[in-house]
Design a protein around this ligand. Sequence first.
Ligand code: MG
Length: 153
Amino acid sequence: MRIGSGYDIHRLASGRKLMLGGIEIPSTKGEEAHSDGDVLLHALIDALLGSEANGDIGSHFPPCDPEWKDADSRKLLETVLKEYKHRLINIDCTILLERPKLRPHIDAIRASLADLLAMDPADISVKAKTAEGCLAEFGTGDAVAASVTLLAE
Ligand code: MG
């Protein structure tokens, strides 16, 4: 059995898409990033790499590399999955975002992850938290973070 954990955080800016788990969530702000900034997929990629003690997303996809400019994070995940030697059992994700409220989108995010990972959505948990107006940039709606824990064999 292997356990993996990943975490990512991005600032939010107007005029950017809010990408979470490979889908766009309607929002007035989205992640500022070199790639599409999908924090959930970035945390997932780090959890996958971590479970095989295989470095991190920055070592595999350097942010200075123009190849990954505005990259679709699903492509990065696909690249990592090609090399991944274990079978995923379940994954558990938490997203920290003040707005928009994610509850209406949770099942769509789970379905997207299930599709990308070829897993049963029943083995994928996605939870959303707000910062209840505090915690600096999180509370003002200017940042988003995600953490992912997974089990594989
Ligand atoms: Mg990132």
